[in-house]
Design a protein around this ligand. Structure first.
Ligand SMILES: *Cc1c(COP(=O)(O)O)cnc(C)c1O
Length: 353
């Protein structure tokens, strides 16, 4: 740290992404990426002469991509804002809708970036504890007078909160923004997009990183009212109007054309999630009910960290969390079926030691 860094940032604890090691080839079940490659036309368009146009700036309005997405979702173009990953959309939300008079509120066990953004922008925040069975209790989020941010399904638990409960929160906070982070919605939950016509305080946040095999392309978006979309665009155009690069714009559009391919992959992941959950349960693990592309599970005999270390030795990466209540657990991304089978094999192997 230099002596020049301002006080607020000197004490900021930055977000620490999951490891992306280069030392050897691991089975990567640690960062909730898709184990499947992008669809054919995504790969093709990136190899096409599109790359020869990188001398030009991308379309700051993201017109083609926005048009395709609005058709897919059945909303208007003016209801969609694209970001450099959904992390950037979340960052816009903290900048646009939180300050000392409007604190942020989110669960104490959720996406680790929320408290980082709050600290980065100097916004006070309240973390509401999950219930004893790791659920978000909607009653804790009524009449808050704060900007509410809820990941649904939640991470790292994978637990989905019924839409009717999200609606209770929206209804009880008409003067506050309610942002629903749907990074994992394509793996079995029900999207809050259907509530948009009725609630002008709702922002649904989505990403291409999990279900659409494009974590490396960095593409996320918000679906919300026309007015909120224009607020988000105000931040976007005041920081980086070219936040979505040319290749990502093209790839994002092609991925929409190939929607069926991604829906099929989600189906595979849902099947393998069931397989992995059952196999782990048979071995005495506690597995939380997941609607995401990962499961959150605790071993009957080892801490999360010890299990992580033993699996890493065997070439498999999972994620553990050094946080009260979470230390017995590991978060395991659902890989291909073969990768899930290898994980079970490794766990049986550990049991023999
Ligand atoms: C992965 C994840 C994100 C971030 O996704 P990007 O689009 O890759 O920035 C946001 N929210 C949650 C809950 C996530 O798990």
């Amino acid at each position: 740290m230099s002596k020049f860094l301002i006080d607020r940032l000197a004490s900021l604890e930055e977000y620490i992404p999951g490891e992306q090691p280069r030392d050897k080839k691991y089975i990567k079940l640690n960062t909730n990426e898709s184990p499947y490659p992008p669809s054919e036309s995504v790969l093709k368009v990136i190899n096409s002469d599109a790359a020869s146009r990188l001398n030009l700036y991308p379309d700051p309005a993201c017109r083609d991509l926005t048009f395709a997405m609005s058709n897919l979702l059945g909303v208007n173009s003016e209801n969609i804002v694209f970001g450099n990953g959904s992390d950037e959309i979340l960052s816009f939300i903290f900048q646009a809708f939180c300050d000392k008079n409007t604190p942020a509120v989110f669960p104490d066990i959720s996406y680790g970036f929320y408290p980082v953004f709050a600290a980065l922008y100097g916004v006070p925040y309240e973390e509401i504890p999950l219930t004893d069975d790791f659920k978000v209790n909607y009653r804790d989020y009524l009449n808050k007078n704060a900007t509410i941010i809820i990941a649904n399904p939640n991470a790292p638990t994978g637990i989905f909160m019924p839409l009717a409960e999200i609606e209770e929160i929206l209804r009880a906070n008409p003067e506050s923004i309610v942002a629903v982070d749907e990074a994992y919605i394509d793996f079995g939950g029900e999207s809050a997009v259907s509530l948009l016509p009725e609630y002008d305080n709702l922002i649904v946040v989505r990403t291409y990183s999990k279900s659409r095999s494009m974590a490396g392309a960095r593409l996320g978006f918000a679906i919300t009212s026309k007015e909120i979309a224009s607020d988000l665009n105000k931040i976007r155009f005041s920081t980086n109007p070219y936040n979505i690069n040319t290749l990502t714009l093209l790839a994002g559009k092609c991925a929409i054309d190939d929607d069926l391919y991604y829906i099929e992959n989600c189906g595979r992941i849902i099947e393998d999630r069931k397989f992995l959950s059952e196999e782990l349960s048979k071995r005495g693990f506690k597995v939380l009910p997941s609607c995401a592309n990962f499961i959150f599970a605790s071993s009957p005999s080892m801490s999360g960290k010890d299990l992580y270390l033993s699996l890493k030795e065997r070439g498999i990466l999972v994620r553990y969390f050094d946080k009260a209540r979470l230390y017995p657990f590991v978060r395991i991304t659902i890989g291909t079926h073969a990768e899930c089978a290898k994980l079970i094999e490794a766990i049986d192997d550990l049991g023999k030691e």
